[in-house]
Design a protein around this ligand. Structure first.
Ligand SMILES: *Cc1c(COP(=O)(O)O)cnc(C)c1O
Length: 375
């Protein structure tokens, strides 16, 4: 089965990992430090905190933002469940706002309609790699004293109005799962320019431990002393994973170019198919295309999905509206809340898109899809 996404690992990646395994450090060593510096530089942010997954990164970001019981976090239903559940782990209520019907990204106008005095965070997602309109989301958030979180699991390497993803929101989160734009096997990161947010993120991801003597309640103890001002979790990334990440990061521009070429070929080869609606690109977006999300019109999504799978083409649906999951239904969320997201879900199929996909393999996807549609 041709997958919808997969990693690209080369000899340099293997060598980087092997080097760590025989070094003095398996975790919390120099590779983690170097990876964090490189990720922060790439994202145009002052700080990066690496962690064990994109899900952990969201949990950490919401912790740093001070999200807690009684707070509301506004986000999109067109995402992976972790964008919402990360806030719920802190006891917050998630408020879903609808998407722009063309890009699949959170609609600032829909956000503006649901903000309240309880809104603590507005969390956008860069769907498929295309940046959410963060200038508009930030303007809304900062007007009401809330913070922005950008779930950039799809979009490392993308730019928004020429600025890198990582420099736009108060807190940005990445995922380094194998299907994403670059990988550490499992892994993630939180980026921020704000020193206080960075301290809180760092402490939460390392069990709550503070090593800043200037903030200690009991500063007169010996050199062994550290304090836990608030509890956290062990979300540390290992040096083994960080070494892979550092090696992968060096290839991100190449990965982006390959994904861009695949995206352009899909756009070109499917442009005349009336049964499909192809993705829209905003003029200010230069995405690293994580997904190629095509919309199947005329109620034929299920048929097309099943026939592509039968033909050995591993398509995916991104995403089931988050609040359709039973855990949300049990909390009182109901179908119909975000009609654009629901319509998007009913039509969407993600075609295979990854740096190592050959043009010949892509041509087979295109040919099979056209054949199924009789186009
Ligand atoms: C993959 C993904 C996550 C979670 O990342 P993991 O590393 O798999 O935990 C969160 N949000 C979005 C939009 C994702 O695609």
């Amino acid at each position: 089965m041709l997958p919808y996404g997969r990693q690209w690992i080369d000899e340099a990646d293997v060598a980087a990992v092997a080097e760590v395994l025989t070094s003095d450090w398996l975790t919390t060593g120099p590779w983690v430090r170097d990876f964090e510096h490189a990720i922060a530089a790439r994202g145009g942010a002052k700080h990066a905190i690496s962690c064990t997954s994109g899900t952990a990164a969201l949990h950490i970001a919401y912790a740093a933002a001070g999200v807690g019981p009684g707070d509301e976090v506004i986000t999109t239903p067109m995402t992976y469940v972790a964008t919402a559940s990360g806030a719920m782990h802190h006891g917050a209520t998630v408020v879903f706002a609808d998407i722009e019907e063309d890009t699949g990204n959170l609609d600032p106008e829909a956000v503006d309609a649901v903000v309240s005095s309880r809104t603590k965070v507005i969390a956008g997602v860069d769907y498929a790699g295309q940046p959410v309109d963060m200038d508009r989301l930030s303007a809304i958030a900062h007007r009401i004293g809330a913070l922005t979180v950008e779930d950039a699991a799809h979009s490392i390497g993308s730019t928004y109005k020429g600025r890198p993803i990582g420099s736009l929101a108060d807190l940005t989160t990445y995922s380094f799962f194998p299907t994403k734009n670059m990988t550490t096997a499992e892994g993630g990161a939180v980026l921020t320019d704000d020193d206080a947010l960075a301290v809180r993120a760092n402490e939460f991801h390392t069990i709550g431990v503070s090593r800043d003597r200037s903030t200690y309640r009991h500063p007169d103890e010996g050199a062994w002393w550290y304090e836990v001002p608030a509890i956290g979790l062990n979300y540390r990334l290992s040096d083994v994973h960080a070494a892979l990440g550092l090696s992968q990061l060096g290839k991100l521009d190449d990965f982006k170019a390959r994904r861009a070429a695949l995206f352009a070929r899909y756009q070109e080869a499917l442009a005349d198919v009336d049964e499909l609606r192809l993705p829209t690109v905003r003029p200010w977006a230069d995405p690293t295309w994580h997904l190629y999300p095509v919309r199947v019109l005329g109620g034929r999504r299920r048929e097309v999905f099943e026939k592509l799978r039968e033909a050995g083409i591993g398509v995916q649906v991104n995403y089931i509206p988050v609040y359709w999951h039973p855990v949300f239904e049990d909390l009182g969320y109901r179908q119909g809340m975000c009609p654009n997201a629901e319509q998007f879900y009913r039509e969407e199929i993600s075609l295979p898109t990854f740096a190592a996909l050959s043009f010949a393999e892509q041509d087979r996807v295109i040919g099979t899809l056209r054949e199924i549609l009789g186009a």
